[in-house]
Design a protein around this ligand. Structure first.
Ligand code: SF4
Length: 250
C-alpha cells in the first residue's frame, strides 16, 4: 500500500508508442514461448511486462473484483497508469472503490470520460439508450474512450478470466490484441472468482462491496442486476438482452 496522501484521479495522458507493430508482435511470440498459452504465474508475467514496457504499460480496471490486477501490477511497476471508464452510470460503490483503491495503492488512476455526458447523450439519442441499444451505448461510453487511451500505450493488462464467458475460454496470459494493435496481458486468466477474492483478502486489496451483496460481476447500474445463489455470475449483466460483453474484449 502507498504511504502518501490520496492521489487524485485524473484524466491524464497516454505516453505514446515507440515500437512498431512488428516489434510488438514479436514480443508476444517470445512471451508465449516463455510463458505458454494456458496458465502462467502472474508475478512472472507481470515482472516481464513491467521490465519490457515500463510506462507504456497500462492496466484496465472496472473497480469490481479486478482491483487485484492493478494491485498485482503495482508491486512490479510503481505508479502504473490504471484506466477506469467513467460511463456516468456507475453505482456509487464503484466510484468509492476507485477512490479508496487510488488512495491505498501506488498507482495513477486515470478516469476516462466519454465524448458525451449522459444529458448530452440523452438529448442526441433519447433517454435510456442502454435499454434500447446497449451496443451503441457501450460503444460510446466504454469502447471509444478506451480505444483512444490505449492508442498511446504498447501493452495493457486486463482482469479477463477464462471462466467468465465462453468468448474468453481460449484467452492466453499474453496475446496479440488485433483490435487495438497492441500486446494484451491477461495476468489472472486462469484464476477463479474464489481465487480473486482470496487474493484480495490476503493482500488487503479493496474490492467493490457489492460483490458480497449478490453482484459477482459489476458494470453500470442500469445494466447490472443481482444474481441468485448458484446462478451464472455474469447472468446479471445486460440481463435479458442477449449481450454478455461490453465490447472492449471483442
Ligand atoms: Fe451503457 Fe449499460 Fe454499456 Fe454502461 S453497461 S455503457 S449503461 S449499455
Amino acid at each position: 500500500p502507498a504511504d502518501s496522501a490520496a492521489p487524485a484521479t485524473s484524466q491524464g495522458v497516454s505516453p505514446g508508442r515507440t515500437r512498431s507493430t512488428e516489434e510488438l508482435k514479436a514480443l508476444v511470440e517470445d512471451a508465449q514461448q516463455r510463458f505458454g498459452t494456458r496458465d502462467a504465474d502472474p508475478d512472472e508475467v507481470l515482472a516481464w511486462a513491467a521490465e519490457t514496457f515500463g510506462r507504456k504499460l497500462a492496466v484496465a480496471c472496472s473497480m469490481a473484483s479486478d482491483t487485484v490486477v492493478p494491485a498485482l501490477v503495482s508491486t512490479h511497476l510503481k505508479n502504473v497508469d490504471v484506466l477506469f471508464l467513467e460511463t456516468g452510470y456507475h453505482f456509487p460503490e464503484t466510484l468509492q472503490t476507485r477512490d479508496d483503491f487510488a488512495r491505498d495503492w501506488p498507482v495513477n488512476v486515470r478516469t476516462l470520460l466519454p465524448e458525451l455526458t449522459v444529458p448530452e447523450q440523452d438529448a442526441k439519442y433519447g433517454a435510456q439508450l442502454h435499454d434500447r441499444d446497449p451496443g451503441l451505448c457501450c460503444g460510446m461510453r466504454k469502447v471509444a474512450p478506451l480505444d483512444k487511451a490505449l492508442a498511446g500505450y504498447e501493452a495493457w493488462v486486463t482482469g479477463l478470466r477464462r471462466e467468465e464467458t465462453p468468448h474468453r475460454a481460449n484467452a492466453a496470459p499474453v496475446e496479440w490484441d488485433e483490435h487495438h494493435q497492441m500486446v494484451k496481458i491477461n495476468a489472472i486468466v486462469d484464476w477463479t472468482f474464489d481465487h480473486v477474492v482470496a487474493y484480495a483478502e490476503e493482500n488487503l486489496v479493496v474490492v467493490n462491496p457489492l460483490l458480497s451483496q449478490g453482484y459477482p460481476s459489476i458494470g453500470c447500474a442500469p445494466c447490472t442486476r443481482k444474481v441468485a445463489p448458484g446462478e451464472d455470475p455474469r447472468a446479471g449483466r445486460w440481463s435479458g438482452v442477449g449481450k454478455t460483453e461490453c465490447g472492449i474484449h471483442l
